[in-house]
Design a protein around this ligand. Structure first.
Ligand SMILES: [Ca+2]
Length: 370
């Protein structure tokens, strides 16, 4: 989206941005339409997913913030037979946890029939004293599960805080537990603050967040915000992300760099929509809605890439890099940068590229029958 701007100074600035941007791969600009249509979803009559047997599967706690690609990630984690989805924390990002938790209970327990996972609301807060926020219209839509029609689940959420759920699961699966973060890092940072032993019990954290050798997506997605270098999940609670990056826990990061390489198109959505399972039906309906919001025949699946990277890391090219997070307020807040000097963080790697077709094949493969 290009606005008409007449000021010579602004034109010079734009020329500067254009010249400097030539050094980095050009990113398609994706904007989110704040006016979202209601989706009438018709659940399949066969809503029983395969029974999970936790042994020999990767135990995962998922910290997500309710965007369509978080929902894709959640579906993948539920259906992937190599993963034991033990916990879900609805985090303070696109969702406001206390508002969104009801719809997530409806989705996980009522719609997917997935009783094996503990679902709780994360903190309606940030660790950073100078946090940022996703646009309010996005948050309202995420809290309402994008208008999807879901069964009204009558049970209550777990009474655990997000931090306590992480700590409990790390004690249950010491040195095996993987944390997937596809929203802000707030709840894991709070857990690390609460339990000094926690970092040694977590096997790794897989993250969708940051932008290493490409532009950020904040201004590109939402022109009112001026940040050009950061990615939403990190920028919203930069201090929380820094505490996770600097914790010493091994991190596998899907930054913005490989995201545009994987395009989920309408043909793929139709193929998934033809699968007679509720997870597939709902995802296909939501993806079809996204094509309309973006006015494109494909979408990026940021958070789903990170979910797939948990058990299919070979589908990505990894670069070992001592990354950390800028927390200073200003134009670089939330930027993921290389640490100066010898300052540790050699436990971190990020994906620079993705094997696009194989990633999509894997996303489709989790739908039974295999
Ligand atoms: Ca997300």
């Amino acid at each position: 989206m290009i606005k008409k701007i007449s000021s010579p100074l602004i034109s010079l600035f734009l020329l500067f941005i254009l010249v400097t941007a030539c050094a980095a791969p050009a990113l398609p600009v994706v904007t989110q339409n704040p006016v979202l249509p209601a989706i009438q979803n018709a659940p399949s009559p066969s809503p029983v997913p395969p029974t999970q047997t936790p042994e020999a599967r990767i135990p995962v706690v998922f910290l997500g913030d309710g965007a369509p690609d978080d929902i894709t990630a959640a579906m993948y984690l539920m259906l992937d037979t190599k993963i034991n989805l033990a916990g879900i924390v609805v985090t303070n990002g696109e969702t406001r946890p206390s508002r969104a938790i009801k719809k997530w209970l409806d989705y996980v327990y009522g719609y997917m029939g997935w009783a094996n996972v503990v679902v709780t609301a994360g903190c309606d807060c940030a660790v950073d004293p100078h946090p940022n926020q996703f646009p309010q219209s996005w948050r309202d839509s995420a809290d309402n599960f994008w208008g999807m029609t879901l069964p009204d689940y009558q049970g209550k959420p777990s009474a655990l805080t997000g931090a306590d759920l992480i700590i409990q699961m790390a004690n249950q699966y010491p040195r095996e537990l993987v944390i997937l973060i596809t929203g802000p890092h707030t709840d894991l940072a709070l857990a690390l603050q609460k339990d000094a032993m926690l970092k040694d019990k977590i096997k790794k954290v897989v993250i969708m967040g940051g932008a290493v050798n490409v532009a950020g997506n904040i201004h590109a997605d939402y022109a009112q915000e001026t940040n050009l270098v950061s990615e939403w999940n990190i920028w919203v609670d930069a201090l929380a992300a820094k505490e996770v990056f600097d914790s010493g826990i091994p991190l596998d990061i899907i930054p913005m760099d490989p995201v545009p390489e994987v395009e989920l198109n309408s043909a793929f959505a139709q193929k998934v929509g033809a699968v007679n399972l509720p997870g597939a039906n709902l995802m296909a309906a939501l993806w079809e809605a996204e094509f309309g919001w973006y006015k494109k025949d494909y979408i990026w699946i940021y958070d789903a890439l990170a979910a797939i990277a948990i058990d299919q890391p070979e589908l990505f090219e990894w670069v070992n890099a001592p990354l950390t997070v800028v927390t200073d307020r200003g134009p670089n807040q939330g930027r993921t940068i290389l640490q100066n000097g010898d300052g540790g963080n050699d436990h971190i790697r990020y994906a620079s590229h993705a094997a696009a077709q194989k990633v999509l094949d894997q996303l489709y493969y989790v739908f039974p029958p295999h």
